[in-house]
Design a protein around this ligand. Structure first.
Ligand SMILES: C[S@@+](CC[C@H](N)C(=O)[O-])C[C@H]1O[C@@H](n2cnc3c(N)ncnc32)[C@H](O)[C@@H]1O
Length: 272
């Protein structure tokens, strides 16, 4: 066992089996170092001295499996995260996909507390003006994240990448260091709890799935990219996170890279 591994392979198997039995969740889709970090954090919280003691607690305590699964949801996010990506979406991608004559359909997959889909709604409002021209669907596996997202309440830290002009246009200052997204922007986003893998959605023009797949292993990423390919309309685009890559997955053949630094890809028409 390496120093970074809190639990042995065998204990990880055991924990995986308990999670499958109790919650029906498959831990095999996650990267092992990520699983180890999250399980270690839970072990510290509950005071378990090793992986075996933690596995026993997981099997006997009715709340712990849900608490462990909840800890896999890393909710770090902000408005216009990686501003140069948003600049590219605004100046290159939106004008291109907006050439079609039907309203644009956009999916923020793994939207956390809402900053990403609200950023999309702001960006699209700025670019296209009329709300009849687009819709934004935002999903996350975490029910708590979706509840927070629907509230749309943020601090200065969360909105630091927005210009003062955008803040005054689309957010309402409610108290010192507290802002709420305006109703006009809230109305443009539909939030739903759901797993990316099983969420039914199609005919999309743009998918943003940023800083989500980083925690999943290659076979799981493969399935998600195939799903995205199926869910996109012709010429639809996909934006992934700065630390993510499509390299080394078979599904990379389904996309062409249009902006490498920004990690933006376009659907390639192939029969699966
Ligand atoms: C780090 S946040 C990224 C938020 C935003 N996309 C961004 O880049 O700022 C990752 C989010 O993905 C969600 N997530 C992880 N696995 C998911 C899945 N299988 N289906 C839906 N959401 C998922 C987590 O709950 C978390 O809120």
């Amino acid at each position: 066992m390496s120093v970074t591994e809190a639990v042995s392979e065998q204990q990880l198997e055991q924990i995986g089996k308990i999670m499958k039995d109790k919650l029906g969740k498959d831990l095999k889709q996650f990267k092992k170092p990520f699983l180890n970090r999250r399980i270690s954090a839970r072990m510290r919280s509950v005071g378990a001295k090793d992986g075996s003691e933690y596995a026993q607690l997981l099997a006997s305590n009715e709340n712990e499996p849900a608490s462990l699964f909840k800890s896999f949801s890393i909710n770090v996010t902000e408005f216009y995260r990686d501003p140069f990506v948003w600049e590219c979406l605004s100046s290159k991608i939106i004008p291109e996909i907006a050439k079609k004559h039907t309203p644009l359909k956009v999916w923020s997959a793994g939207c956390a507390s809402g900053e990403e889909p609200y950023s999309l709604a702001i960006l699209l409002s700025e670019a296209l003006g009329n709300k009849a021209k687009f819709s934004v669907v935002a999903t996350d596996i975490s029910a708590e994240a979706i509840t927070r997202a629907k509230k749309g309440q943020y601090t200065n830290m969360n909105i630091k990448n927005l210009t003062p002009n955008l803040v005054s246009k689309y957010l309402i200052s409610t108290a010192k260091d507290s802002y709420t997204v305006s109703d006009s922007i809230k109305q443009l986003v539909t939030f739903e709890q759901g797993d990316i893998m099983s969420y039914p959605i199609d005919k999309l023009d743009l998918i943003t799935c940023r800083n989500v797949l980083i925690y999943y292993d290659k076979p799981a990423q493969e399935l998600v990219f195939k799903k995205f390919h199926k869910s996109l309309a012709a010429n639809g685009c996909l934006a992934i996170g700065q630390d993510e890559t499509m390299m080394s997955v078979e599904a990379a053949k389904l996309f062409s890279c249009v902006f490498a630094r920004e990690r933006i890809y376009k659907k390639v028409e192939v029969q699966l």
